[in-house]
Each structure stands twice: as structure tokens, then as C-alpha cells.
Design a protein around this ligand. Structure first.
Ligand code: GDP
Ligand code: MN
Length: 397
């Protein structure tokens, strides 16, 4: 699950990470109120208006603007709220902006120039350790930095049992070329950031940019936070931060039905039991020359109700030209699944308007095949996988 920038910043702040302060607003009027309040609290005269969508690169797409007056705040907030923001990380249609963050301007002039760094915390699966990645090259695409100047990216591996040790925090500050107050600030920043990552069971915290202000404060100007879905049960407060408007609506609906569904671009709908078999099925569809329209794991109990729910979800995708059902009957018997498919098909009536190919293997597969073949429905059965994939190809071309 991903958080919005403003939610990530609030989370960071609760762990003592210094952030660019801001208030979220749903309308231009709320934005002006937020700006006034921020001025009272922080003394800032200028504000940045930042689109809150789950995508990076907002600055490049016109979703981050500097307002030098309350009039600017109103105009810019009005412009950004409701726009379809297209960034290098969104599709061509972009993402609809429902809210903006009104933040204090932290790039104010002073003794030094403000400087931008990059920092992220994530799991290195290879070493089984947490990893702090950081760079002096902040504010730009880290992928580009990795490609063009990889020597400017540093990593600090942290043993999860020991936590971030003080010398490691100092090494980060040192490698970023800091000294004096900024050095101390950075060691505090890294430690608090690491704690926030661990305590919230995150899989990613990415702060780009981390800013050194003109008066040597270190703070998070942006935040990208991904939480581990499997740990959300112990973070009820964080789970509530989910913004379903940012997610694929069919995936949200499938999730509510207890189906594990991921929308894809192809035209062959897949209904499979078990995530591993679902992935293998997608591979085999591709090998036969097709493109899967989705990943769908119906789980262990493929009864009529679940099969029907799965049909409905798959058919919401207008690109689907055929549905391949690939079920392995281990604990669940194939004849029960076959009956489920037949019942669901009959219940759905005319709603099923694409050919269905069913392959059932395992316990009572022979009885299942007889049931399907004798059902009189427009459902083709297959025994071997290749046969099923070929039958699918024959109908989608
Ligand atoms: P992203 O484009 O989605 O990564 O959004 P960011 O939050 O990283 O903002 C993009 C850019 O806006 C930053 O790299 C900064 O250059 C600029 N920016 C953010 N906050 C401020 C601010 O307070 N003042 C000024 N002048 N620029 C800012
Ligand atoms: Mn950013």
C-alpha cells in the first residue's frame, strides 16, 4: 500500500524526522486557509502547492508550483485540483488530482545555497539486510543518476538485529560532504528515518529531495512510502490512510470479494487457483502467442459463488476476448469446481459473452471433463495445458 506525500510526511514527523511543513486542502478556499495558518505557524511568506497523487515526477508534470502570494495560492490550487496530472510515472491519461498539499517554502535564501540530496530505505533481499541508499544528486531521477553517475550513489547496509549504529549515521553525513550543524542534523535525520521505516513495517521510504536549507537544517521535502500489506494488520491507523481513488477500481472491487486480481493489458482472461499456477498460466499463454488480461488467483475454494465473482471481475475488462480457467484439483475436487463453473455460467446468463476454455487437472478430473462436455454450454474443456492454450489462441487469434 502506498501513502500520499502528506501522509508519509506526517508519519515521518511522528518519528522525529524534520519535514517541510504543510496542510492538505481539497479546494482553493481550503488552500488559502491552509496557507494563512502555515504563515502563522512557520512565518513563511511563500508556499508550494503540491498535487497529491500516487506518482512521482509531479514537478515535471506541472503538479508542484510556487505561490508568492495568497492570490497565487488560490489560482494555483484551483488550477491543480481537478487536473489530470501526467508525469513520467503515470499513464498517458494521467492521474486525477483530488487534493493538494500547501507547504511552506523551504528554499529561502540565506548564508548558503539550499542543497538537495537523495535518500531511501529499503530491504536488500540479497543480503537480508535493510539498506540506506543515498546520494548528493537529489531532486532528480535516481534511475538516471544510477545510469550516468553510479559512483555518486552510496549504500549503507543495516543489520536489522543491530539497527542503525551511530558510526553508520555519521558515515552517511560524511559521504554527503556535510560538516558542522548540518552534519549533526543529518545523523539525526537518518536515524529517525530508519526508525520510521522499521516501526511502520514499510518496504520503502524514499525521500527525494532531502533538503539542506540555507541555514543548515536537514528536512524531507518529498516522501514516497510503501507499506508492507502483510503487516498492515498491526497498523490499523496506517491501514486507514489507504486512498482507493488512487488504485485500479477493478482491483479494489476484486480485493473486497477476496480475490487476488491484478489488471494487465492483454486479452485472455485468466481464472486460476493458486498464485504459482496463475503465474505459470500467464507464462504459457504468452508462449502460445497470447497476452494475459489479468492475474487472478481465486484461492482454494473455487465454488460457484467464487467462480461467479471471478467471472464478473474478469468481464469488467472490455479487452477480454476469451477466458481460460486453469484449476488444479488437489484438496478441492475437480468435479466440484466443474459444477461451480457450470452453475456460475448459468447464473450469469447472457453476461458471459466470450468463449470459455476450462482445464481441470487432479482429483476427479475425468468426471469434471464429462460434466463440462455434457453441460451444453459454450465451454470447451481441455486436459493438457498446451491443448488449453492452443484452444485459447484459436479463439483470440
Ligand atoms: P516530485 O516532482 O513528484 O518528486 O515532487 P517533489 O516534492 O520532489 O517536488 C519537486 C520539486 O519541487 C523539488 O525537487 C524542488 O525543486 C521543488 N520544491 C519543492 N518544495 C519546494 C519549496 O519549498 N520551494 C521551492 N522553491 N521549490 C520547492
Ligand atoms: Mn520528489
Amino acid at each position: 500500500m502506498n501513502l500520499h506525500e502528506y501522509q508519509g510526511k506526517e508519519l515521518l514527523s511522528s518519528f522525529g524526522v524534520r519535514i517541510q511543513r504543510g496542510i492538505v486542502a481539497q479546494s482553493a478556499d481550503e488552500a488559502v486557509e491552509a496557507a494563512k495558518k502555515l504563515t502563522e505557524e512557520t512565518g513563511t511568506g511563500w508556499h508550494v502547492i503540491k498535487a497529491q497523487v500516487h506518482a512521482g515526477g509531479r514537478g515535471k508534470g506541472g503538479g508542484v508550483k510556487l505561490a508568492k502570494s495568497l492570490d497565487d495560492v488560490k489560482t494555483l490550487a484551483d488550477q491543480i485540483i481537478g487536473m489530470n496530472l501526467v508525469t513520467p510515472q503515470t499513464s498517458a491519461e494521467g492521474k486525477k488530482v483530488h487534493q493538494v498539499l500547501i507547504a511552506e517554502d523551504v528554499y529561502y535564501p540565506g548564508d548558503n545555497e539550499p542543497e538537495e540530496y537523495y535518500m531511501s530505505v529499503l530491504l536488500n533481499r540479497g543480503t537480508g539486510k535493510n539498506m540506506i541508499m543515498y546520494s548528493t544528486e537529489g531532486g532528480m531521477d535516481i534511475e538516471q543518476v544510477a545510469e550516468e553517475t553510479p559512483h555518486l550513489i552510496f549504500t549503507e547496509e543495516v543489520d536489522p538485529a543491530l539497527g542503525l549504529l551511530p558510526f553508520q549515521a555519521r558515515r552517511v553525513a560524511f559521504n554527503l560532504g556535510l560538516s558542522g550543524i548540518a552534519f549533526k542534523e543529518m545523523t539525526k535525520f537518518v536515524s529517525a528515518l530508519y526508525t520510521a521505516y522499521v516501526k511502520s513495517d514499510a518496504s520503502l521510504f524514499e525521500i527525494n529531495p532531502v533538503l539542506k536549507t540555507s541555514d543548515d537544517k536537514i528536512m524531507a521535502v518529498d516522501s514516497k512510502v510503501t507499506l508492507d500489506d502483510n503487516a498492515l494488520y498491526r497498523h490499523k491507523d496506517l491501514a486507514e490512510l489507504r486512498d482507493k481513488r488512487e488504485e485500479n477500481p477493478i482491483e479494489v472491487e476484486a480485493g473486497e470479494l477476496g480475490l487476488n486480481y491484478v489488471d494487465l493489458d492483454g486479452n485472455v482472461g485468466c481464472m486460476v487457483n493458486g498464485a504459482g499456477l496463475a503465474m505459470a498460466t500467464m507464462d504459457l499463454i504468452k508462449q502460445a502467442g497470447g497476452e494475459p488480461a489479468n492475474f487472478l488467483d481465486v484461492g482454494g475454494t473455487a465454488d460457484a459463488a467464487r467462480v461467479e465473482a471471478a467471472f464478473k471481475i474478469i468481464l469488467k475488462d472490455p479487452n477480454v476476448k476469451a477466458i481460460l480457467i486453469n484449476i488444479f484439483g488437489g484438496i478441492v475436487r475437480c468435479d466440484r469446481v466443474a459444477q461451480g463453473v457450470i452453475d456460475a455460467y448459468k447464473n450469469m446468463g447472457d453476461a458471459i459473452n466470450v468463449p470459455i476454455i476450462v482445464r481441470l487437472q487432479g482429483t476427479n478430473a475425468d468426471i469434471a471433463k464429462e460434466l463440462i462436455d455434457g453441460s451444453g454450454l459454450d465451454v470447451q474443456s481441455a486436459v493438457e495445458f498446451q491443448e488449453a492454450a492452443d484452444k485459447v489462441q484459436a479463439v483470440v487469434g
